[in-house]
Design a protein around this ligand. Structure first.
Ligand code: MN
Length: 194
């Protein structure tokens, strides 16, 4: 049985970028629902007892969607922390970003553009490809870059439920503020893990 992982901070910590009310629903209701549905779906199947990563790599349809949504949300919470906690990309990540996009600002603009232009629901990711280079990965719905063999480094949830209570339909505004709460210490550690 999978359980909803605890949040790495209190629900008001991301304010004013993301409100406690959004986390009450997004973490407390949506993330919890994906966990519950996944448990129901895998009961009595070959996936009972498998790791979340294995289920993501081997399943399709509703099982994949719910397993990936469980993983994606857990990763997304970790990608953020209080805006008052200053963090910046590690030297290694900063260099890789500079090699790929010229500057951190140029990368952020590209990532934001990708997050804003994604049609419908999905996730935008910074990934490290198998050759070690960085790329922006635009994923529809529950898509997870591990399915393509990429190492996830950073993600932004652009499903409406991630921002509607705080920004209504203004996704671009949410994405712009998202950078204030990115936890570069966690993100850099994902890059160096590879
Ligand atoms: Mn979400």
């Amino acid at each position: 049985m999978f359980e909803l992982p605890s949040l790495p901070y209190e629900k008001e910590v991301l304010e004013p970028v993301i409100s406690k009310r959004t986390l009450d629903f997004h973490y407390g209701k949506h993330h919890q629902k994906y966990v519950n549905t996944l448990n129901d779906l895998i009961e009595g199947t070959e996936f009972e007892g498998a790791s979340l990563e294995d289920i993501i790599k081997k399943s399709k349809g509703p099982t994949f969607n719910n397993a990936a949504q469980v993983w994606n949300h857990t990763f997304y919470w970790k990608c953020m922390d209080s805006a008052s906690k200053e963090s910046s990309p590690s030297d290694a990540l900063a260099k890789a970003i500079k090699d790929q996009w010229g500057s951190l600002k140029d990368f952020q603009e590209e990532f934001s553009k990708s997050a804003t232009s994604l049609f419908g629901s999905g996730w935008v990711w910074l990934v490290q490809k198998e050759d070690g280079s960085l790329a922006i990965f635009q994923g529809q719905n529950a898509e997870n870059p591990m399915s393509e063999g990429h190492n996830p480094v950073l993600t932004c949830d652009v499903w409406e439920h991630a921002y509607y209570l705080d920004y209504q339909n203004a996704r671009a505004e949410y994405v712009k503020k998202f950078w204030d709460v990115v936890n570069w210490d966690f993100v850099s550690a994902q890059f160096e893990k590879k």
